[in-house]
Ligand binder design. Structure first.
Ligand code: HEC
Length: 142
């Protein structure tokens, strides 16, 4: 009986992984998305000075969209290979998700403020956003 249960769980684990393997290379994909984050921040920076609200909200929304799906790109076991992801991610999964959500929310706040033309609030919102990058990297990236 126990053997059967173990077998069932093993099968479920395999099936669970199969549904994830739609993504051929989550490590390469997530790194590309993170590099796009840097590109977005580099576009937002001059847009702040120029008061280009469309660029700010557009790029901040891109960051938010990535943050929303980010945890899907960290399937269990993907701390192996060409990656700087720390194994702590999977030990503290709920906290990792919370940090991705904080990143998402800060990006949405920046996008909304730009869309509303609230220029005074933008520098603080930009700093708050980049702080959420650092907060996650500190714990979960080598
Ligand atoms: C919830 C956690 C989390 C948040 C939020 C986060 N990152 Fe990361 N980031 C990681 C992890 C983990 C890695 C390592 C990924 C790997 O090597 O597989 C990483 C890697 C990177 C890399 C290196 C990519 C490469 O090619 O190796 C860059 C650049 C980066 N992040 C930028 C950012 C920026 C900019 C933000 C905020 C706008 C951000 N990250 C937000 C967790 C996060």
């Amino acid at each position: 009986m126990i053997r059967y249960i173990r077998f069932t769980f093993a099968m479920l684990a395999v099936l669970g992984m199969a549904s994830h393997s739609v993504m051929a290379d989550p490590i390469a994909d997530r790194k590309e998305n993170f590099r796009n984050n840097v590109k977005s921040l580099k576009l937002i920076q001059p847009a702040l000075a120029a008061g280009d609200m469309d660029v700010i909200s557009g790029e901040a929304n891109r960051i938010a969209d990535w943050a929303k799906v980010m945890p899907d790109y960290f399937p269990e076991g993907s701390d192996m290979g060409d990656t700087k992801a720390r194994p702590e991610i999977w030990k503290n999964w709920a906290d990792f998700i919370a940090k991705a959500e904080a990143n998402h929310d800060a990006a949405v706040t920046l996008a909304d403020l730009a869309a509303a033309g609230d220029t005074d609030a933008l520098p603080m919102a930009m700093k708050a956003l980049s702080d959420t990058c650092g907060a996650c990297h500190k714990l979960y990236k080598y």
